[in-house]
Write a protein that binds this ligand. Structure first.
Ligand code: FMN
Length: 161
Protein backbone atom coordinates (compact mmCIF):
# COMPACT_ATOMS: atom_id res chain seq x y z
CA UNK A 1 0.00 0.00 0.00
CA UNK A 2 1.01 3.60 -0.50
CA UNK A 3 1.22 5.00 3.04
CA UNK A 4 1.75 8.51 4.43
CA UNK A 5 3.22 8.78 7.92
CA UNK A 6 2.91 12.31 9.28
CA UNK A 7 3.22 13.94 12.69
CA UNK A 8 2.77 17.14 14.67
CA UNK A 9 5.86 17.65 16.82
CA UNK A 10 7.10 20.70 18.71
CA UNK A 11 10.57 19.56 19.77
CA UNK A 12 11.22 16.65 17.40
CA UNK A 13 10.72 13.55 19.52
CA UNK A 14 7.29 12.70 18.04
CA UNK A 15 8.69 13.28 14.55
CA UNK A 16 11.38 10.68 15.36
CA UNK A 17 8.70 8.19 16.41
CA UNK A 18 6.84 8.86 13.14
CA UNK A 19 9.99 8.32 11.08
CA UNK A 20 10.58 5.04 12.92
CA UNK A 21 6.99 3.90 12.22
CA UNK A 22 7.60 4.78 8.56
CA UNK A 23 10.76 2.67 8.49
CA UNK A 24 8.99 -0.35 10.02
CA UNK A 25 6.09 -0.06 7.54
CA UNK A 26 8.58 0.09 4.67
CA UNK A 27 10.37 -2.97 6.07
CA UNK A 28 6.98 -4.73 6.04
CA UNK A 29 6.73 -4.08 2.29
CA UNK A 30 4.65 -0.89 2.09
CA UNK A 31 5.52 2.12 -0.04
CA UNK A 32 5.93 4.83 2.62
CA UNK A 33 6.46 8.60 2.71
CA UNK A 34 7.13 10.61 5.87
CA UNK A 35 6.22 14.32 6.06
CA UNK A 36 5.56 16.90 8.75
CA UNK A 37 1.82 17.71 9.03
CA UNK A 38 2.59 21.29 8.02
CA UNK A 39 4.02 20.04 4.71
CA UNK A 40 1.00 17.96 3.64
CA UNK A 41 -1.56 19.65 1.37
CA UNK A 42 -3.47 16.55 0.30
CA UNK A 43 -3.48 12.82 0.84
CA UNK A 44 -5.11 11.68 -2.40
CA UNK A 45 -1.95 9.86 -3.49
CA UNK A 46 -2.09 7.57 -0.44
CA UNK A 47 -4.17 4.50 0.46
CA UNK A 48 -3.45 4.80 4.18
CA UNK A 49 -2.37 7.53 6.59
CA UNK A 50 -0.67 7.23 9.98
CA UNK A 51 -1.07 10.48 11.90
CA UNK A 52 0.60 11.30 15.21
CA UNK A 53 0.89 14.25 17.57
CA UNK A 54 2.72 15.18 20.72
CA UNK A 55 0.46 15.87 23.72
CA UNK A 56 0.71 19.22 25.50
CA UNK A 57 -1.60 20.12 28.39
CA UNK A 58 -3.80 17.13 27.63
CA UNK A 59 -4.31 17.95 23.97
CA UNK A 60 -2.75 17.33 20.59
CA UNK A 61 -0.73 20.14 19.03
CA UNK A 62 -2.81 22.65 17.06
CA UNK A 63 -1.07 21.63 13.82
CA UNK A 64 -2.40 18.09 14.35
CA UNK A 65 -5.99 19.26 14.80
CA UNK A 66 -5.59 21.68 11.84
CA UNK A 67 -4.42 18.79 9.65
CA UNK A 68 -7.59 16.83 10.50
CA UNK A 69 -9.80 19.86 9.92
CA UNK A 70 -8.20 20.60 6.52
CA UNK A 71 -8.21 17.03 5.21
CA UNK A 72 -11.03 15.34 7.16
CA UNK A 73 -13.12 14.05 4.22
CA UNK A 74 -9.99 12.78 2.40
CA UNK A 75 -8.82 11.07 5.58
CA UNK A 76 -12.20 9.43 6.23
CA UNK A 77 -12.02 7.87 2.76
CA UNK A 78 -8.70 6.16 3.61
CA UNK A 79 -7.36 3.71 6.16
CA UNK A 80 -6.18 5.84 9.09
CA UNK A 81 -4.29 5.01 12.27
CA UNK A 82 -3.47 7.54 15.00
CA UNK A 83 -0.84 7.80 17.68
CA UNK A 84 -0.10 10.25 20.45
CA UNK A 85 3.18 10.68 22.28
CA UNK A 86 3.66 12.30 25.65
CA UNK A 87 3.55 10.44 28.97
CA UNK A 88 6.85 10.74 30.84
CA UNK A 89 8.57 8.76 33.60
CA UNK A 90 8.67 5.15 34.72
CA UNK A 91 5.82 4.24 34.79
CA UNK A 92 4.83 6.85 32.18
CA UNK A 93 2.41 9.52 33.49
CA UNK A 94 -0.27 10.66 32.96
CA UNK A 95 -1.65 7.16 32.52
CA UNK A 96 -5.10 8.16 31.28
CA UNK A 97 -5.62 8.32 27.52
CA UNK A 98 -5.59 11.70 25.77
CA UNK A 99 -9.13 12.47 24.53
CA UNK A 100 -8.97 12.58 20.75
CA UNK A 101 -12.48 11.26 20.18
CA UNK A 102 -13.27 14.12 17.75
CA UNK A 103 -10.24 13.15 15.64
CA UNK A 104 -11.26 9.48 15.76
CA UNK A 105 -14.73 10.37 14.51
CA UNK A 106 -13.62 12.79 11.74
CA UNK A 107 -10.99 10.43 10.35
CA UNK A 108 -12.93 7.20 10.99
CA UNK A 109 -9.61 5.92 12.35
CA UNK A 110 -9.07 2.20 12.74
CA UNK A 111 -7.02 2.60 15.89
CA UNK A 112 -5.16 4.86 18.28
CA UNK A 113 -2.24 4.23 20.60
CA UNK A 114 -0.26 6.32 23.09
CA UNK A 115 3.54 6.09 23.26
CA UNK A 116 5.70 7.47 26.07
CA UNK A 117 7.50 10.71 25.16
CA UNK A 118 10.75 12.53 25.73
CA UNK A 119 11.48 15.69 27.71
CA UNK A 120 14.78 17.42 26.97
CA UNK A 121 14.77 20.55 29.11
CA UNK A 122 17.43 22.18 26.93
CA UNK A 123 14.94 22.24 24.04
CA UNK A 124 12.12 23.85 26.04
CA UNK A 125 11.12 27.49 25.76
CA UNK A 126 11.25 29.46 29.02
CA UNK A 127 7.48 29.21 29.68
CA UNK A 128 7.43 25.48 28.93
CA UNK A 129 10.33 24.93 31.31
CA UNK A 130 8.39 26.71 34.05
CA UNK A 131 5.29 24.55 33.42
CA UNK A 132 7.36 21.35 33.32
CA UNK A 133 9.06 22.33 36.60
CA UNK A 134 5.73 23.19 38.26
CA UNK A 135 4.30 19.80 37.20
CA UNK A 136 7.49 18.00 38.33
CA UNK A 137 7.57 16.44 34.86
CA UNK A 138 10.24 13.74 34.67
CA UNK A 139 13.14 14.73 32.42
CA UNK A 140 14.52 12.14 30.02
CA UNK A 141 13.84 10.01 26.98
CA UNK A 142 11.11 7.50 27.83
CA UNK A 143 10.26 6.53 24.26
CA UNK A 144 9.62 2.79 23.95
CA UNK A 145 11.08 1.72 20.62
CA UNK A 146 9.95 -1.90 21.10
CA UNK A 147 6.35 -0.70 21.54
CA UNK A 148 6.73 1.46 18.41
CA UNK A 149 8.01 -1.55 16.46
CA UNK A 150 5.21 -3.82 17.74
CA UNK A 151 2.48 -1.32 16.88
CA UNK A 152 4.01 -0.65 13.45
CA UNK A 153 4.08 -4.36 12.64
CA UNK A 154 0.49 -4.68 13.87
CA UNK A 155 -0.86 -1.90 11.63
CA UNK A 156 1.33 -3.04 8.72
CA UNK A 157 -0.43 -6.40 8.86
CA UNK A 158 -3.87 -4.76 9.18
CA UNK A 159 -3.37 -2.60 6.09
CA UNK A 160 -5.15 -4.06 3.08
CA UNK A 161 -2.60 -5.48 0.69
C1 FMN B 1 4.78 22.17 28.99
C2 FMN B 1 4.58 20.71 28.72
C3 FMN B 1 3.32 20.14 28.87
C4 FMN B 1 3.11 18.75 28.62
N1 FMN B 1 1.88 18.22 28.81
C5 FMN B 1 1.70 16.87 28.61
C6 FMN B 1 0.42 16.27 28.83
O1 FMN B 1 -0.57 16.91 29.18
N2 FMN B 1 0.30 14.93 28.65
C7 FMN B 1 1.36 14.17 28.25
O2 FMN B 1 1.21 12.94 28.11
N3 FMN B 1 2.59 14.71 28.02
C8 FMN B 1 2.78 16.04 28.18
N4 FMN B 1 4.01 16.61 27.95
C9 FMN B 1 5.11 15.76 27.47
C10 FMN B 1 5.32 15.89 25.94
O3 FMN B 1 4.19 15.42 25.26
C11 FMN B 1 6.55 15.06 25.56
O4 FMN B 1 7.68 15.75 26.02
C12 FMN B 1 6.62 14.78 24.05
O5 FMN B 1 7.52 13.72 23.82
C13 FMN B 1 7.02 16.01 23.28
O6 FMN B 1 7.00 15.73 21.90
P1 FMN B 1 7.74 16.63 20.82
O7 FMN B 1 9.22 16.56 21.12
O8 FMN B 1 7.40 15.99 19.53
O9 FMN B 1 7.20 18.02 20.95
C14 FMN B 1 4.22 17.96 28.20
C15 FMN B 1 5.48 18.56 28.03
C16 FMN B 1 5.68 19.91 28.28
C17 FMN B 1 7.05 20.50 28.10
Amino acid sequence: MKVLVTAASRHGSTAEIARTVARHLADAGHDVDYRRVEDVDEVTAFDAVVLGSAIYAGRWLKSGYDFVERLGPELAAREVWLFSSGPLGDPPMPSEDVDISSVMVTTAARGHTVFPGCLDKHKLAYAERAVARALHAPVGDFRDWDAVARWSRHIAAEMSS
